[in-house]
Ligand binder design. Structure first.
Ligand code: KG4
Ligand code: ZN
Length: 368
């Protein structure tokens, strides 16, 4: 192993995620070993408005960033200034030289990463500024991370044995995409939503049905006691394309409930969820077959959905394809996935420029 490879293989990264309504920080070793991961959700703050209020999100990130990062550092045996809590054997960034590995609790942080987009600009800037300040103070690299790329690493973090290439179904509040992943950093977008993201459809339909915010978990819960066969909602198959469309489905739900107000909410929720999951699962299997992928990964907040997990697992088994389902906590926004993406970015491209700002509309594969 070269000195650089040895250094890389044990790089300890502190990552910060503040792109939307979760303030998160995590310490991850070697891109794989999660030492600590802390997520502070603002769900209660935004619930009364039925969605994320950007200005409130930025202010809450400012309040939460110090305690969240401090907790993540403490989980890695470090104090808020990055010094070992044990006070012995203070090590700087590892040199990769010969000698026994440093005990985990005395190791310092080798790089600080932050999500730079996509997301809410004010929210992103809190995490970016904080991460840069820490990196400058500690004289270690700053690593800029694409939030979507972070979601792609969730399965790799929890399933180190995962074999690439895989097709990833990335379903979050802002994005719905099918991505072929050949190697870390080597992606091709096969399809994406042409209008609403799947999570957005869950949130909007839940709001319409009076189920509150965030809508995904609420529909997941209510649908469990409903009959998914009550209404056969339309599916936008978009034949011959790996793209998706969910805005028509949302309208269909509104039209159906207007026409039949006596329908039970649980039955409508279950029928809606059935339609979304049906399309997601069939299109993912078709894309995996066409791409010749060796497996399927689920990523993003909607990946926490019970029916989607169950159906994707069953469809993969029927097709003889392994399906990697990250834990629910790893599907929704967290900083461990950002640290994993940062690890690969750092190894491939080196440190990011101190001048890197927020890119709210960043796409997958966008230049940094
Ligand atoms: O990835 P994520 O945490 O944040 C974004 O990057 O957008 O995803 C949030 C989305 C929200 O739309 C939320 O309603 C949805 O994920 N979601 C779910 C479930 N849990 C979260 N959707 C369906 N079923 C769930 N159990
Ligand atoms: Zn996300």
């Amino acid at each position: 192993m070269t000195a650089r490879a040895a250094e890389q293989s044990k790089a300890r990264i502190l990552a910060i995620e503040t792109s939307c309504d979760e303030t998160a920080a995590a310490v991850v070793d070697g891109g794989l070993r999660v030492i600590s991961s802390v997520v502070s959700s603002q769900v209660d703050l935004h619930a009364r408005y039925g969605g994320v209020v950007p200005e409130l999100a930025s202010r809450a990130h400012i309040e939460q960033i110090v305690p969240v990062v401090t907790l993540a550092l403490e989980g890695a045996g470090l104090d808020g200034a990055g010094h070992p809590l044990t006070g012995q054997g203070v090590g700087g960034p590892p040199t990769g030289g010969p000698g026994p590995p440093e005990p985990a609790e005395t190791r310092r942080i080798d790089a600080v990463a932050a999500t730079v987009g996509p997301g809410l600009v004010g929210a992103l800037l809190v995490g970016i500024s904080f991460a840069k300040a820490l990196a400058m103070g500690w004289e270690v690299p700053f690593v800029a991370v694409n939030h979507l790329e972070g979601h792609l690493y969730a399965s790799l973090l929890e399933d180190p044995g995962l074999e690439l290439p895989v097709v990833v179904l990335l379903v979050s509040g802002g994005h719905t995409m099918l991505i072929r992943m050949d190697a870390p950093g080597d992606y091709r977008v096969l399809g994406r939503t042409r209008d609403d993201a799947a999570g957005e459809a869950f949130d909007k339909v839940a709001r319409y049905l009076g189920l509150g915010y965030p809508g995904g978990p609420a529909i997941d819960r209510v649908a469990a006691s409903g009959d998914p066969g009550t209404v056969k909602f339309p599916r936008a198959w978009l034949d011959g394309s790996a793209d998706f469309s969910f805005s028509g489905l949302k309208t269909a739900v509104v039209n159906q409930v207007t026409a039949e107000p006596a329908l039970a909410t649980a039955d409508v929720a279950a029928s809606f969820q059935e339609a979304v999951v049906d399309v997601l699962v069939h299109k993912t299997l078709a894309a995996a077959a066409e791409a010749g992928a060796g497996g399927i990964c689920l990523a993003g907040g909607v990946g926490a959905n019970s029916l989607l997990r169950e159906r994707l697992r069953a469809a993969g088994a029927a097709a003889g394809l392994p399906v990697y389902l990250p834990s629910r906590a790893m599907c929704t926004d967290n900083a461990a996935m950002i640290a994993a993406a940062a690890y690969h970015r750092l190894g491939r491209d080196g440190p990011s420029s101190w001048g890197t700002g927020a890119t709210p509309g960043m796409g997958l594969g966008s230049p940094r």
